[in-house]
Design a binder for this molecule. Structure first.
Ligand code: GLC
Length: 476
């Protein structure tokens, strides 16, 4: 099949995006929990990095060495950054020592503050897309945080009395601002390390997180009451578990915190019949937590979302080292799809969506309540809006949402589709999947959507959150 033919086929399939966006107004109630925070974003040039290296009297070569993925001294910030910069990957490391955070505060600075945390980002996205009520959980909500929420009547959180109020207008002044540093870097910039040139292969970001509230997955009791009493809640989107450690910094059990949060959500399930619980995996560095999420939260959720790096991390804690290595060497359609099949059978999940460069692919259990074509249409909406986010830098205004509508999907994206179609067809590409993006198998159904790619994305942070939440909520 010619790529030109395929591109025009997919352009037609993508025509559904505006219609799917309109259907967002049928969404009665969504909960976005648990993490909202402030992101301090800065673009880090090699010169800026070298300035910090000099300030700390550090050695670039030593900073390239492997070590624990946490931050206890300022050098660790540079070490984490270099790891991401040299491989073009995205990671989040937790700052476990307040003095390292104070060093960042005094020396790193930022270009802008923006909404952060899966919960906060998803809250804003679903609100601008027009869901009737979006309830967003905030472990902390001082004015500095509230100002980052869109000031829209459909975006609600709990006021101190447990009553719903626009999140942008609640200011809980005693609360601590939770600030995460997002260090962005550009593809192609380079550093000389030990006589060798290290060139960054892909624009991405490193996140250094200091967040005492979310480190213990603090849940606002007023919000819990609010959700118990709310009407029309259909879906809960969960994230924020990646900030836990086991044990917690105060010595208590991190695993128990996960279980307690599940009890809270189970109480919501009791109140709201048929509630769909989606779990967003996120970059979870603590291996005990990661394993617990895989074994307990993933099978308990109705839907799971993750990216390729998170998939590899999962294989690693499941004892599938060889498979993890295979994925690391080949982060593409065939290998990653095999990993997705593995995860589907390991967790017995009803729906899992994996996104990676150029491709979103969802595996759904047979006889799922959402037809597989509808799932595909939700993914098309997500791909259109994610491209708008990358291309315009902000989707806070409704008029930006369909910015990318009418663009063609990328050739590299079609190559990923071909890889998956070839795998499913045992060596001969399944034509149906290529032309419609859906495939029905014996054990599961598949929706695969090649994406529109933006050459020089203005922003990348929060992309995965937008993709996972809109794919699910936009499938109707
Ligand atoms: C993590 C980070 C947060 C960032 C988000 C983006 O939640 O803690 O700072 O905004 O990822 O996906």
């Amino acid at each position: 099949m010619e790529n030109a033919t395929l591109r025009s086929t997919w352009k037609s399939l993508y025509q559904v995006a505006p219609q799917q966006l309109q259907k967002m107004s049928q969404v009665n109630g969504v909960v976005s929990a648990f993490n909202a925070n402030i992101d301090a974003v800065i673009k880090v040039s090699p010169e800026l990095l070298l300035k910090w290296v000099a300030l700390l009297g550090a050695d670039l070569q030593e900073l390239m060495a492997d070590g624990p993925r946490t931050i206890t001294v300022p050098q660790d910030v540079l070490r984490g950054f270099l790891k991401c910069f040299s491989t073009g990957s995205a990671m989040e490391w937790l700052v476990h020592d307040e003095s390292a955070f104070q060093w960042m505060r005094a020396n790193i600075g930022y270009d802008r503050l923006q909404m952060g945390g899966q919960g906060g980002i998803i809250g804003n996205v679903l609100s601008v897309c027009g869901a009737k009520q979006v309830f967003v959980h905030c472990a902390s909500l001082p004015e500095q945080q509230a100002k980052l929420f869109l000031d829209r009547p459909n975006l609600l959180s709990a006021d101190p009395q447990g009553k719903p109020a626009p999140a942008a207008r609640i200011a809980r002044e005693a609360d601590l601002p939770l600030i995460h540093w997002i260090l962005e870097f550009d593809k192609g910039s380079s550093l000389e390390i030990g006589g060798e040139i290290v060139r960054c292969p892909k624009s991405n970001r490193f996140i250094a997180t200091w967040d005492p509230q979310n480190f213990r997955l603090a849940i606002d009791p007023a919000f819990h009451t609010l959700i118990q009493n709310a009407r029309g809640v259909e879906t809960v989107l969960l994230a924020g578990y990646q900030m836990l450690s086991h044990p917690l910094l105060d010595g208590a059990s991190g695993l128990a915190r996960v279980d307690e949060s599940m009890q809270v959500v189970d109480a919501w399930r009791k109140q709201h019949q048929g509630l769909c619980v989606h779990f967003e995996f996120a970059s979870t560095q603590d291996k005990a937590i990661r394993k617990h999420l895989l074994d307990h939260v993933a099978p308990w959720a109705d839907s799971i979302g993750l990216n390729e790096q998170e998939m590899i991390d999962i294989l690693e804690v499941a004892g599938e080292e060889i498979f993890a290595d295979e994925c690391r060497r080949d982060m593409h359609g065939t290998t990653l799809f095999k990993a997705l099949e593995w995860l589907f059978s390991y967790t017995k999940a009803k729906r899992i969506q994996l996104h990676f460069f150029g491709m979103y692919v969802t595996i759904q259990a047979k006889h799922h309540a959402t037809p597989i074509e509808t799932t595909r249409d939700g993914m098309i909406l997500a791909a259109t809006i994610a491209a708008a986010k990358a291309g315009t830098g902000s989707i806070e205004k409704e008029e930006n949402l369909l910015w990318a509508h009418g663009r063609e999907v990328a050739d590299v994206a079609l190559a990923e589709l071909l890889a998956i179609a070839t795998h499913l067809g045992d060596g001969t590409p399944v034509e149906d999947l290529m032309l419609t993006g859906v495939w029905r198998g014996q054990a599961f159904d598949v929706a695969a959507v090649p994406t529109i790619l933006i050459d020089k994305p203005i922003t990348l942070v929060g992309m995965g959150d937008t993709i996972s939440s809109l794919s699910l909520i936009g499938a109707r």
